[in-house]
Design a protein around this ligand. Structure first.
Ligand code: SF4
Length: 314
């Protein structure tokens, strides 16, 4: 049983659902579970989270990636506690005003918290509907489809269970690669199952790999590295990284010691990295020294990987 699925009457329902929905944006369930539990040990309630600060929340989020989610979660908890008596607004427009909450999360929360007749359209739900209609996902207006079929979809008063069951059905029965049609109770209404001409999913375009050069200034004696927030990885802005520059080629740079080449992916970006270093006490402006052994405060895992590589230099 997933730890955020608590009884409908639980006072923690809103907090658990909010926390899990933020964590589950872009991250798989099995990765989220231990983070979710650990988060609760530190912040057992919405109020305790709202009283915290960004540094603490980011530290707990370390390794989960997409750190903007952590900031938005904290901001949302403060708004709910301070301006809304720790309650979730009851309509879509007001929920969408909360930081980090888009259409999907807003609909999920309305269904889970208030049992409203709404569906959070995630990848699983899209796949189920597109198979039932035997139509490509990008040819379906899901909002319109749900609106038109509202009466048929929400026949019982268990709207929250229905929203959750639909996602679960997509994950366990109408699976991405091999749908388990022979165990499926809706085969008779499924055009994909009945059709001899099944639609083919449009292939996702492959993400282009980009080349980056990373330049590390190292204070060998004091085991320090210079980091800056002024770097060219916009999606990691506000975080400390060594100097990093995008490059059109894979050519080696002169005047720097080449350390290694490695591949990485951050968020949905793929990076091919050439890592360089220089022993120097002179560092460019906007840089500051950080101990390579630093452990107590938040440093993104990408920077930590570089720490690890650089620490091996004799
Ligand atoms: S019959 Fe097969 S394809 Fe159709 S909804 Fe059921 S599992 Fe999915």
């Amino acid at each position: 049983m997933l730890p955020w699925r608590v009884s409908k009457k639980s006072p923690n329902k809103l907090y658990y659902r909010l926390l899990s929905e933020f964590m589950l944006q872009q991250t798989q369930v099995k990765t989220v579970i231990p983070y979710f539990k650990f988060f609760l040990v530190n912040f057992p309630s919405l109020k305790s989270l709202s009283l915290s600060n960004e540094a603490k929340v980011l530290k707990l989020w370390e390794g989960l990636g997409y750190y903007r989610r952590a900031r938005n979660l904290l901001a949302t908890s403060k708004i709910l506690v301070n301006e809304n008596k720790s309650k979730l607004p009851k309509n879509l427009i007001d929920i969408l005003k909360l930081p980090g909450i888009g259409d999907y999360t807003a609909n999920a929360l309305l269904a889970f918290i208030y049992n409203q007749p709404t569906i959070a359209v995630d990848g699983n739900v899209k796949r189920v509907f597109s198979r039932i209609l035997n139509k490509n996902e990008n040819k379906i207006d899901f909002n319109k489809l749900i609106e038109i079929n509202k009466k048929n979809l929400f026949k019982t008063k268990r709207n929250s269970d229905f929203a959750e069951a639909l996602m679960e059905f997509g994950a366990l029965i109408c699976k991405p690669k091999e749908p388990n049609c022979f165990k499926c109770n809706i085969q008779n209404t499924c055009k994909y199952f009945k059709s001899g001409k099944k639609f083919k999913k449009t292939r996702m375009l492959k993400t282009k790999v980009k080349n980056y050069n990373i330049f590390c200034y190292i204070d060998k004696m004091r085991h320090r590295i210079a980091l800056t927030k002024k770097h060219s990885l916009g999606f990691l802005n506000k975080f400390y990284l060594p100097s990093i520059k995008e490059s059109n080629s894979n050519k080696k740079i002169i005047n720097w010691n080449f350390h290694s080449n490695f591949k990485d992916s951050i968020s949905n970006k793929k990076l091919n990295i050439n890592l360089y270093y220089k022993f120097s006490l002179k560092i460019p402006s906007h840089h500051q020294w950080f101990s390579l052994k630093r452990n107590n405060e938040f440093i993104p895992s990408f920077t930590k990987k570089i720490f690890k590589q650089i620490s091996k230099i004799n």
